[in-house]
Design a protein. Structure first.
Length: 230
């Protein structure tokens, strides 16, 4: 029993350290402000439909990439505006600066949501399994309404999605939270369970770190390991 408690304590420490490093690493991945391939004309030509508010760049053994985040900020609340639609698109940057779309995700606030937005401080761009390829990790959150002009941002309210890409395959973790243990659930698609062990464990540590930091109330009944999506 004592050994198990010590193991859990060590896991929590590793999760917290990994989480803090991820936040610093995401900030360093911001694209140069003067990157010519991300000017207004280039973005329009690339087919981005929503207003772009943030850009990330990284390079791995397969080339150079730019991730563009776009949001439709059209749901005003006291103190903050949420979105009805969000979009993230990854482009490969050619030697001539041309952008070639690799993948795109688009999601919407549901009828019972106050709105949705990206949690860009929780993004990561790192090679997690040593194959020389970066695994982008994106996070966005759904907020619950509390009235006509307010929403609940408590860490045990609403839902969250973590999206990761590994060698072109899309991994989705969808977590719902609540005040009671029975209200909370964390489920992942089949691609999560096909990931290399190092990547799966990193995502589990990420959720544990977010929980400890008070950023989202994940179900921790199975040491933050998600169940299979139904």
């Amino acid at each position: 029993m004592k050994r198990k408690v010590m193991a859990l304590a060590m896991f929590a420490l590793l999760a917290t350290a990994s989480h803090a490093q991820a936040q610093m690493q995401a900030e360093k991945s911001a694209c140069p402000a003067d990157a010519p391939f991300l000017n207004a004309d280039a973005v329009k030509k690339a087919g981005i439909e929503l207003p772009v508010f943030k850009r990330y760049c990284y390079t791995d053994r397969s080339g150079s990439y730019a991730l563009l985040l776009a949001e439709k900020q059209d749901l005003p609340f006291t103190g903050e505006t949420l979105c009805s639609v969000i979009q993230a698109t990854l482009f490969k940057v050619g030697s001539d600066g041309a952008l070639t779309r690799q993948w795109s995700i688009r999601d919407f606030a549901g009828k019972d949501d106050a709105g949705i937005n990206f949690r860009s401080k929780l993004f990561e761009f790192a090679d997690l399994d040593g194959d020389g390829l970066v695994e982008p990790i994106l996070v966005y959150r759904f907020f619950a309404p509390t009235g006509a002009n307010s929403f609940d941002s408590d860490d045990f309210s609403g839902a969250i999605k973590i999206i990761a890409f590994h060698q072109g395959r899309k991994v989705v973790i969808h977590a719902i939270t609540g005040d009671l243990d029975g209200d909370r659930s964390t489920r992942a698609n089949a691609e999560f369970f096909a990931l290399p062990k190092a990547v799966r464990e990193h995502l589990v540590r990420k959720m544990a770190g977010m929980y400890k930091a008070g950023q989202f109330g994940f179900d921790n009944g199975n040491d933050f390991v998600p169940k299979k999506a139904r």
